[in-house]
Write a protein that binds this ligand. Structure first.
Ligand code: ADP
Length: 240
């Protein structure tokens, strides 16, 4: 589904990702965890074509991605739900969902999907005509995920869905994600600092530190502590 091979990228002369490789198989949820500043968001920026890779290749459903515009990437079936539950606060909840479908023309299918989404989230449905900024933090995150889903992606890139939310809201967001994954079979690349929550959702987990993947395992085979123990590992040290 997605193959990232030896990708390097950064900002100006500063290289942040160093020859990074990973794969997401169809129907799989891969979590990429790691400390602040490790390069997780930078990876998502490269995949969504907001940032150029200086080296390496990215293949999505068999074809290279690195010449596509960000809009073309969305059309090809990869959607990014950015960090910080970025909904448009003054637009209505429903208008936020409509916006996620901007690349599509199948109006009646879009309307049916919005209704299905709202039926699954009665708290949001009650506020469909209210400004999205009036929703709680957790609801805004769920709306941001719903908006990303409106482009009908086969791969969802999720940047830190738990960021800045109270524990009870994090649970709510992850319950929503679990039912989404179960009901759609969508592939997900989840970037998350919260290893406990990531392990609840993912099939496979990788640790990114200092722009390199230093650890990878099936979620069923590891504990959160084990994953966390790799946070301060660096490739040079790991293979020394
Ligand atoms: P993470 O998502 O893992 O917290 P980021 O990908 O946001 O990490 O950041 C990785 C590194 O790149 C950090 O050292 C950060 O300071 C730097 N960085 C991120 N965005 C920019 C930018 N727009 N310009 C310059 N440096 C940046």
């Amino acid at each position: 589904m997605l193959e990232v091979k030896d990708v390097s990228a950064g900002y100006g002369v500063t290289e942040v990702l160093h020859s990074l490789s990973l794969r997401v198989e169809p129907g799989e949820v891969l979590a990429v965890c790691g400390p602040n500043g490790a390069g997780k968001s930078t990876l998502l920026k490269v995949l969504s074509r907001q940032l150029r890779a200086t080296e390496g290749s990215v293949t999505f459903q068999g074809d290279s991605l690195l010449k596509d515009s960000p809009a073309r990437v969305v059309e090809r079936g990869m959607a990014l739900c950015p960090e910080g539950r970025r909904v448009f606060p003054r637009m209505t909840t429903e208008a936020n969902l409509q916006l996620g479908a901007y690349s599509r023309k199948d109006r009646s299918a879009i309307d049916a999907e919005i209704e299905a989404y709202l039926d699954a989230w009665p708290v949001i449905k009650r506020r469909r005509s209210s400004p999205a900024g009036l929703l709680s933090g957790g609801e805004q995150q769920i709306l941001a995920i719903g908006r990303a889903m409106m482009s009908n992606p086969s791969l969802l890139l999720l940047d830190e869905p738990s960021l800045g939310l109270a524990p009870v809201l994090i649970d709510q967001v992850y319950e929503g994600l679990k039912s989404l994954v179960q009901s759609t079979g969508i592939s997900v690349l989840l970037v998350e600092q919260n290893v406990v929550k990531a392990l609840e959702l993912c099939d496979r987990i990788a640790v990114l530190t200092d722009g390199e993947i230093v650890f990878e395992a099936d979620a069923a085979d590891v504990t959160a502590d084990e994953v966390g123990s790799h946070y301060f590992e660096h490739h040079g040290e790991a293979h020394a």
